[in-house]
Design a protein around this ligand. Structure first.
Ligand SMILES: [Ca+2]
Ligand SMILES: [Ca+2]
Ligand SMILES: [Ca+2]
Ligand SMILES: [Ca+2]
Length: 181
């Protein structure tokens, strides 16, 4: 059973994907995010960067849909999203820790657009914008930057992701990963 706090966080997370805000995550929502991620890099649709992001996101989307879409309508409802994450939390290796390159590592590298091994405040704000979170990015950044050195390190980010998915502490900084919850 997911706690109310986890449901609130997962609802915020769900909304970052639901580009047209119709209550379902669909392939078209994911395509919007891919286009946004391309735009914040000042790259064109059809460029190698766009193609790379498109292929990666579509492959992940197919995997996610297969694991999540229990009623087979080709889209993910909030209820299906909850069930999926509830199961993941009971799994020995949940999806965000699985694979040679985990989704947490992928996300870190995605946000670290200049590839210097740290996430800067502007990088974080642009990432959130691509995921439709337009308020409070710099406040969130300051929370996630635990040691206050002006950057989010890989360890700060990994810690935040773990807290986002697993913590039932209302005050855990990682709760803020995808904005207001
Ligand atoms: Ca949608
Ligand atoms: Ca469905
Ligand atoms: Ca960086
Ligand atoms: Ca830091």
């Amino acid at each position: 059973m997911l706690s109310e706090l986890k449901k609130r966080k997962l609802t915020a997370f769900f909304k970052t994907f639901d580009s047209d805000n119709n209550g379902y995550i669909e392939q078209s929502d994911i395509e919007v995010i891919v286009n946004n991620l391309t735009a914040i890099r000042h790259e064109a649709i059809g460029s190698p960067t766009h193609q790379f992001l498109h292929d990666k996101y579509m492959a992940d989307w197919q995997g996610l849909l297969q694991a999540t879409d229990t009623n087979g309508d080709g889209k993910i409802s909030l209820e299906e999203w909850f069930v999926f994450h509830d199961l993941q939390l009971q799994a020995e290796v949940p999806y965000w820790r699985a694979g040679e390159k985990t989704s947490v590592q992928f996300l870190f590298e995605l946000i670290d657009m200049d590839g210097n091994g740290e996430i800067g405040a502007d990088e974080y704000a642009l990432f959130l914008k691509a995921y439709h979170v337009t308020h409070g990015a710099y406040t969130i950044f300051a929370r996630l930057d635990l040691n206050g050195d002006g950057h989010i390190s890989m360890s700060e980010f990994t810690n935040a992701c773990e807290q986002f998915y697993t913590s039932d502490d209302e005050n855990a900084v990682g709760n803020w990963l995808f904005g207001e919850f």
